[in-house]
Design a protein. Structure first.
Length: 281
């Protein structure tokens, strides 16, 4: 397993160069960059040009860090619509992500389907998302980039079987799961999702969540290995089922007195422990 970090974990005041250098210095093997509405120092936008993307790729190559995927904050409910102008926007986001991933040789992007905008029923959101993504499959497959669909807190994927049936209905080898190991801990157990999703997983996010009691009892986000994600069992399942990829931390600093670099290095240390569970399984 390779150690990675999502750039959202790094302060938005950092430039692309500072972000990539910080990730390398901390000990990460790779970084996940992002497509956002506005450039916050180290985000791409819908207006970012090919030359600007190539400049970031050269920075990464010169610094010696891999860019392993491209996430985005722009997928919030956009695949659930039927209006032509909204579908066109969803395709614009997808096209830009795929182009960025191709130029960066990232291999994969993160996409969030579903969500129930405008009061849509989940059945409507699912049907619309399936149709819109099926229509986009020729572009996805021609790109050579894998699309990972993420389980997020939007009320759409409520069990791993929901994700599996959605992915299987799309029926494309270019589309799989972007499996977030922490996004279900409030209401389910990570190991069950690992068991069902491992063979369809493209990339994974790691974070941690501490329950206040049992599932459905609430809780709080916490630092890696301080919550209720059973990383030891989850890593064993992922290894048993053949997944080997990047551990991309999507976390935030809770101690304002800790320096940025010390925090980044603490994430690397936690990822090394998590990776050790995988290695010894």
């Amino acid at each position: 397993m390779k150690k990675s970090i999502n750039a959202w974990t790094i302060p938005s005041t950092y430039t692309f160069e500072e972000t990539l250098k910080a990730a390398k210095e901390a000990g990460f093997d790779a970084i996940e960059l992002n497509l956002d509405r506005a450039n916050n120092g180290h985000s791409f936008t819908l207006e970012t040009t090919e030359d600007e993307i190539k400049a970031v790729k050269k920075l990464a190559d010169d610094i010696g860090i891999k860019i392993c995927s491209v996430s985005s904050s722009l997928h919030n409910g956009i695949w659930s619509h039927t209006e032509p102008e909204k579908i066109a926007y969803a395709r614009l986001v997808l096209t830009q992500q795929l182009k960025i991933a191709q130029i960066l040789d990232a291999g994969a992007i993160l996409l969030v389907p579903g969500g129930m905008p405008d009061g849509k029923l989940i059945s409507e959101s699912r049907a619309n998302s399936i149709k819109n993504l099926k229509d986009a499959l020729p572009e996805i497959e021609a790109s050579g980039i894998k699309v990972g669909l993420e389980n997020v807190w939007n009320g759409f994927f409520l069990s791993p079987y929901d994700m599996v049936s959605f992915i299987d209905e799309l029926g494309s080898p270019s589309v799989g799961a972007y499996f977030d190991l922490g996004n279900m801990v409030a209401f389910s157990d990570t190991v069950h999702w690992a068991d069902i999703l491992a063979t369809r997983t493209v990339r994974i996010h790691i974070k941690d969540y501490k329950r206040r009691g049992n599932i459905n009892g609430g809780g709080v986000w916490c630092q890696l290995l301080e919550g209720d994600v059973d990383y030891e069992r989850a890593m064993a399942i992922l290894k048993q089922k053949g997944f080997d990829g990047y551990l991309t931390a999507e976390v935030s600093k809770s101690d304002p007195n800790m320096s940025d670099m010390d925090y980044f290095k603490s994430i690397v240390a936690a990822e090394e422990i998590i990776a050790s569970y995988y290695d010894k399984a």
